[in-house]
Design a binder for this molecule. Structure first.
Ligand code: ATP
Ligand code: MG
Length: 427
């Protein structure tokens, strides 16, 4: 038997035709004359009606929420039904009768997170996961169009990239190892062969703070480019974000509408993005009355305040060296300033950090020592500067941060199917 996707029916392609659908019972309401069953499949939700006296009545009566089933019937236009069409049912066949489903209307956010494995069946999570999948596809499309090679970095690593405080350590047979915080150093290795590389891979951060924008495991879109400078980097990041937003505004209209997410902000994303220096940012914050000193890292409140002013993604660049990682390249004529840039967006703040990487071996060695790191941990990294060093740049963008902004999500937790935070790691 051919089963028709529900979305096809809702698009009006099968009016007055006999069709078969399959899926799960989403909601059910019983009247004396009619039983209304909302049935969902991966593509949509449709109202199905069973009339008293029909041979399907007995099956309809025993259906419970989330039972799996197949139905046959005739498609009717009905303005009152959600979606504008309904199925007038002739036959029902139960595939798996569900026990009493724990999720009902009045459940709290906390409870829904406890039963994440079931909540993922909701229309809301279905739509978010669809957009997530598409954004990953748009990312691949963009990098392919720019001749980047997709590569696969390791998850077990021996030394820190973003500093020790957020490292997860683990036993690797008899040795101590860590879970990766970023693929950057490995992408740097690969550009000496492939020149332009990217990956979308998990990064792990032992973030103790509970915020709306931190996970302990997230997916990181990272790219690295050889023979490139800060202008190339900003153009690359702008290009990626613009491509994703443009494609989403064409291809995710239905999802945004059903999620009641504001799609119009995506159209504001086009190059060139506004750009301010860190120093200008500090001045702006001071003018707004915020308490912040040059040399301090920007916190969430600072980022939010700046982002409000622009109302769309923008760059902040040229940070003080002391708040940046050891690998950040500094301006040759201003050794206190790192060639590093973040993209900030409204409500969320930082969604990406990128920059030029130090390509001078002696300066790099000095930086590693200055930061109190062990030179021997970075021996292979220094080899990259020993043998044919090149100017190069790269960035990392959090996929879930991006989605949280795009879809107006209240918390980053909903941007990933199985969130890991300090408190949540089940199922
Ligand atoms: P923050 O200061 O917001 O904690 P960061 O500067 O430590 O972030 P980076 O090391 O610059 O983060 O990582 C690059 C990108 O990865 C960030 O811009 C962000 O989009 C994403 N990211 C970093 N940490 C997390 C996290 N804990 N959960 C989700 N995404 C993250
Ligand atoms: Mg950062």
């Amino acid at each position: 038997m051919r089963f028709t996707p529900i979305r096809e029916i809702l698009l009006g392609k099968h009016e007055n035709e006999k069709v078969a659908i399959r899926g799960w019972v989403y909601r059910k309401r019983e009247g004396k004359e009619t039983i209304f069953i909302l049935v969902r499949d991966s593509t949509g939700v449709i109202q199905c009606t069973v009339k008293a006296g029909s041979s399907a009545w007995a099956e309809a009566e025993r259906l419970t929420i989330e039972s799996s089933l197949t139905l046959e019937g005739t498609v009717k236009q009905d303005k009152r039904a959600v979606g504008g069409y309904e199925l007038s049912v002739d036959a029902i066949s139960v595939v798996g009768l569900a026990e009493l489903f724990p999720i009902s209307k009045d459940k709290s956010e906390e409870f829904l997170r406890d039963v994440r494995h079931l909540w993922l069946r909701s229309r809301r999570m279905n739509l978010i996961m669809r957009v997530r999948g598409k954004v990953q596809k748009f990312t691949d499309e963009f990098f392919e169009s720019q001749d980047f090679v997709e590569v696969s970095p390791p998850m077990f690593i021996t030394s820190a990239c973003e500093g020790g405080s957020t490292l997860f350590g683990l036993k690797y047979f008899d040795q101590n190892m860590y879970l990766t915080q970023s693929a950057q150093l490995y992408l740097e290795i690969l550009i000496y062969s492939l020149e332009k590389v990217y990956c979308v891979a998990p990064s792990f951060r032992a973030e103790k703070s509970r915020t709306i924008r931190h996970l302990t495991e997230y997916w990181h879109i990272e790219a690295e480019q050889a023979f490139a400078d800060m202008e190339d980097l900003m153009r690359l990041e702008e290009g990626l974000l613009t491509h994703i937003c443009q494609r989403a505004s064409e291809q995710c209209k239905e999802e945004f509408a059903e999620l009641k997410a504001d799609i119009s902000k995506l159209a504001l994303v086009k190059p060139p993005f506004p750009k301010i220096t860190y120093t200008e940012g500090i001045e702006k914050l001071k003018a707004k009355g915020l308490n912040v000193m040059w040399g301090e890292d920007l916190g969430y409140e600072h980022e939010k305040a700046l982002a409000e002013e622009f109302g769309k993604p923008f760059f902040i660049y040229d940070y003080p060296k002391q708040i940046k990682a050891f690998y950040c390249k500094t301006h040759r004529d201003r050794p206190d300033i790192a060639m590093s840039t973040d993209i900030l967006v409204p409500r969320i703040g930082e969604i990406s950090t990128g920059g030029a990487r130090e390509d001078d071996k002696e300066i790099l060695v000095a930086r590693i020592k200055e930061m109190g790191l062990k030179i021997e941990d970075y021996d292979w990294y220094l080899d990259l500067r020993r043998y044919g060093t090149i100017p190069h740049v790269g960035f990392g963008m959090g996929l879930e941060r991006l989605l949280t902004w795009m879809l107006d999500l209240e918390n980053i937790i909903d941007a990933i199917p199985f969130p890991r935070t300090t408190r949540r790691f089940y199922p």
